[in-house]
Write a protein of this length. Sequence first.
Length: 66
Amino acid sequence: MSQKKKFLLRIDPKLYEALEGWAADEFRSVNTHIEFLLREAVRKAGRLPSKTGAKKENQNSEKEEE
């Protein structure tokens, strides 16, 4: 199993409460949900390394939309 990077995150209490409720709705911990949201944002931005070539497919579909 790979090691996970640990770091301190300071976050507004109201934002944390919103994330806490959202995470509960998705049956995730807040930590796991934040990681999920960050991974999705990075993937959508095309910045997550891909083993399957999904990044290239995403870039091609973006070019087709233009």
